[in-house]
Design a protein around this ligand. Structure first.
Ligand code: PRP
Ligand code: MG
Length: 174
């Protein structure tokens, strides 16, 4: 809806040269700080998946912020995918390439029951490395990925190409 698009446009600010020269950072903190925008975004990220989600997987750190209200909206539980070394019990681990080096993320092996219908939530889809790793973790735990819901997709980075077979739902594209 036009109303949601207006809130998103007003709430995401471009910060030039962050975290390094030449990169324009998409800062969603103004949107999160606005009560009406936070509510509208959580509702819109959840809506296409209503009635078919058992667990919402949120991706540390910025994905956590949106995944919890999306889970409440869907009547689903919340499951964290965390950066390596943070989760206390037995985990599955997945590594993926960054521009320099690799990153590793983990999820508890018993985070949800096998056969659970899982929605993965993050703030931004960029190259798709983070999302791909999360999808692998869900599969290893015996879950079915019903979709990958993000606030924003950076289309020029072609992250969708790394997420074949996963329904990507983005509220806005940059
Ligand atoms: C950012 C963003 C996404 C990811 C997208 O997270 O929040 O999770 O990058 O990039 P990709 O599609 O190329 O994997 P970041 O790793 O900067 O960490 P943060 O969420 O903890 O700030
Ligand atoms: Mg992130």
């Amino acid at each position: 809806p036009a109303d949601l698009q207006r809130l998103i446009e007003a709430g995401i600010r471009d910060v030039p040269d962050f975290p390094e020269p030449g990169v324009v950072f998409k800062d969603i903190t103004p949107l999160l700080a606005d009560p009406a925008s936070l509510k509208a975004v959580a509702e819109a990220m959840a809506a296409p998946f209503d009635g078919r989600v058992d667990a919402v997987v949120g991706l540390e750190a910025r994905g956590f912020i949106l995944a919890a209200p999306v889970a409440l909206e869907l009547g689903a539980g919340f499951v964290p995918v965390r950066k390596a070394g943070k989760l206390p019990a037995k985990t599955y681990r997945e590594s993926y390439d960054l521009e320099y080096g690799t990153a590793t993320v983990e999820m508890h092996v018993d985070a949800f029951a096998p056969g659970s219908r899982v929605l993965v939530v993050d703030d931004v889809l960029a190259t798709g490395g983070t999302g791909r790793a999360a999808v692998e973790l869900v599969h290893r735990a015996g879950g079915t990925v019903v979709g990958f819901s993000v606030l924003m997709e950076l289309g020029f980075l072609k992250g969708r190409d790394r997420l074949t077979g996963v329904g990507v739902h983005a509220l806005t594209e940059a």
